[in-house]
Design a protein around this ligand. Structure first.
Ligand SMILES: C[S@@+](CC[C@H](N)C(=O)[O-])C[C@H]1O[C@@H](n2cnc3c(N)ncnc32)[C@H](O)[C@@H]1O
Length: 300
């Protein structure tokens, strides 16, 4: 067994009790649903997406776990006056809109008038949509997952009053290094094909990467190497522009990460003139005042 397999097995063994508790039993699920309906005075539709699979003790044949057709239909959610695609169940694991980023979307909507905006790791393009609603002169959404960009396109169509956005399906490193005028790093293997882009800068750039992801072009690793994500994003931000960067790793403290970010900017020749912390909304309380999602607004 490889060491990775061994580590994974040990990690799962340590979580056996927890995993058993994570499956909601039928009655507990129905009670929860009832309590939410009562509290909100609404008749909400129930969709239970159980991720525990092989470890689950629940009887999946019970119709409670199969959502009603109406609950699985495409719906529209609203935030800051915009429409978003909502699906109770879809191919991915995460909801189609990350709600802890709501304040960042609000900030972008308030600060993008007349700006060119680049939305990196765009997912379903909520930040791009907010920029378009805020009067951006152009909005470009970049992500390597066509399925996520497809939802971004739907979100655009759900807000027909807004100007059209651009979508680039590309690996982050391949795209950002071209935009920044840096060479694309060739590792051992031949690189997959990638869209060619001209070097250029944007007035407002959002960098909200996942905690970890590996591709032929590089590794996204927020714990060990935030710099290789940040440096090209800094170079792609215009003079007097704004770079909003995020780190969703709970174990990284804001103070340590901010130091790292400011040092990286200094070294890249793009020193930060001013910075501001943006915290998630009150529906994401943090007992220790250290919210897992950290957001810094950097004025370059
Ligand atoms: C945590 S989500 C980002 C959330 C997003 N910023 C938002 O506003 O909701 C991570 C996204 O990064 C994309 N992604 C991961 N690795 C990538 C890479 N190497 N290049 C481009 N996109 C990547 C995934 O497809 C996914 O859409």
């Amino acid at each position: 067994m490889s060491s990775l397999n061994q580590a994974l097995r040990a990690a799962l063994d340590h979580r056996q009790d927890l995993l058993a508790e994570l499956s909601l039993e039928r009655d507990a699920l129905l009670q929860l649903h009832e309590a939410i309906n009562q509290h909100l005075d609404l008749n909400t539709l129930l969709v239970y997406n159980d991720r525990s699979r092989g470890n689950s003790r629940i009887d999946r044949e019970d119709s409670v776990y199969r959502a009603e057709d109406a609950a699985l239909e495409d719906m529209i959610g609203h935030e800051w006056g915009l429409n978003y695609r909502v699906r109770g169940r879809h191919a991915g694991q995460d909801p189609l809109l990350f709600l802890d980023l709501r304040n960042a979307r609000g900030w972008v909507k308030d600060h993008s008038a007349g700006k060119s905006v680049l939305n990196l790791f765009a997912y379903t393009c909520g930040v791009g949509l907010s920029a378009a609603a805020g009067g951006a002169s152009e909005v470009c959404n970049l992500d390597f997952a066509e399925g996520n960009l497809a939802v971004g396109r739907e979100n655009g169509q759900l807000n027909p009053q807004l100007p059209k956005m651009q979508f680039i399906q590309s690996d982050y490193f391949a795209a950002i290094r071209q935009l920044a005028g840096l060479p694309i790093i060739q590792r051992r293997h031949k690189l997959p094909s990638y869209p060619r882009l001209e070097q250029r800068q944007y007035d407002l750039v959002l960098l909200d990467p996942p905690a970890w992801a590996k591709s032929a072009f590089g590794t996204v690793d927020l714990l060990r190497d935030y710099q290789s994500l940040l440096k090209p994003a800094l170079l792609t931000t215009a003079d007097n522009g704004v770079l909003i960067c995020c780190n969703n790793l709970a174990k990284v403290s804001m103070d340590d990460w901010r130091e790292q970010v400011l040092r990286c900017a200094e070294k890249a020749g793009r020193p930060v003139r001013d910075w501001q912390v943006l915290t998630p909304g009150s529906d994401f309380p943090s007992m220790d005042q250290q919210p897992p999602l950290k957001t810094l607004i950097l004025q370059l």
